[in-house]
Design a protein around this ligand. Structure first.
Ligand SMILES: CC(C)(COP(=O)(O)OP(=O)(O)OC[C@H]1O[C@@H](n2cnc3c(N)ncnc32)[C@H](O)[C@@H]1OP(=O)(O)O)[C@@H](O)C(=O)NCCC(=O)NCCS
Length: 218
């Protein structure tokens, strides 16, 4: 597929359901049987930390085939100084369009806009395979950890400006927008709006378990 076969544009209200369906297609059975990332998107858009200027979709043949979204989050150093950063995610591309450069293009399109908005650091929790080629490095390399001094293998940090992080220790405080599924009944009502799909196991779930339970030592 060449670059003319898809476009990247801002999401509009009319896209919401189709974007959520694309996320559901992309994440279905990826990390667990079924998925809730489409509900996360639904809730995230209403959250105070959501950054609408960075809400983009990829469209191919009139269909939404991918999206990327960001939320404001914080780094706090050992003296209590705060730095506002971005948490990237979800990033997704429907299976039929994966490995064609769309995920790369969604990041490549939004990083400069994030920089223009004044952000110089992007963080996300994900499979390093998908991100190291985009300039993300291990959180350990930038001394960014969770409050309990844990440096997760899946916690990835990208500087949008060289030297944005100066080596001092930072504690990462993600937005609470990433805990949307506390009400299982509400989630089930939401999910029922989408086509039926079969929940099941696939090897990527074991990969996700390994990545999300691993920490960097040394
Ligand atoms: C992860 C995801 C967003 C990547 O998007 P994508 O459009 O499939 O990825 P791209 O085609 O842009 O390629 C990204 C990288 O994948 C690798 N890649 C691309 N084509 C590939 C191929 N044919 N075979 C193996 N790897 C390939 C490369 O490392 C590429 O980077 P590079 O071109 O700099 O080498 C997408 O696959 C997805 O939605 N997966 C399911 C949901 C998910 O896991 N989201 C991420 C949460 S952490």
């Amino acid at each position: 597929m060449n670059n003319n076969d898809f476009i990247i544009r801002r999401e509009t209200v009319n896209d919401y359901h189709n974007t959520e369906n694309a996320a559901r297609e992309a994440f279905w059975n990826q990390n667990r049987p079924g998925c809730d990332e489409h509900y996360f998107i639904h809730v995230l858009r209403q959250h105070q930390d959501f950054v609408p200027e960075l809400d983009f979709v990829a469209e191919a043949g009139g269909r939404i085939v991918g999206c990327v979204m960001y939320a404001k989050s914080r780094l706090i150093d050992e003296n209590g100084s705060e730095k506002q950063v971005l948490t990237m995610g979800p990033l997704c591309v429907v299976p039929e369009y994966q490995r064609m450069g769309i995920g790369k293009a969604l990041l490549g399109h939004t990083f400069p806009i994030a920089r223009e908005l004044g952000y110089d650091v992007v963080i996300n929790f994900g499979n390093p395979d998908n991100y190291v080629a985009r300039g993300y490095r291990s959180c350990k390399k930038y001394n960014v950890c969770f409050e309990d001094d844990i440096f997760p293998a899946a916690l990835l940090v990208k500087e949008l400006a060289d030297g944005a992080l100066d080596g001092r220790k930072w504690f990462y405080h993600p937005s609470d927008s990433d805990h949307p599924c506390d009400d299982p009944e509400e989630f089930e009502r939401f999910d029922a709006q989408f086509p039926p799909k079969v929940k099941g196991w696939q090897p990527s779930q074991e990969e996700f378990y390994i990545h999300s339970h691993s920490v960097i030592n040394g």
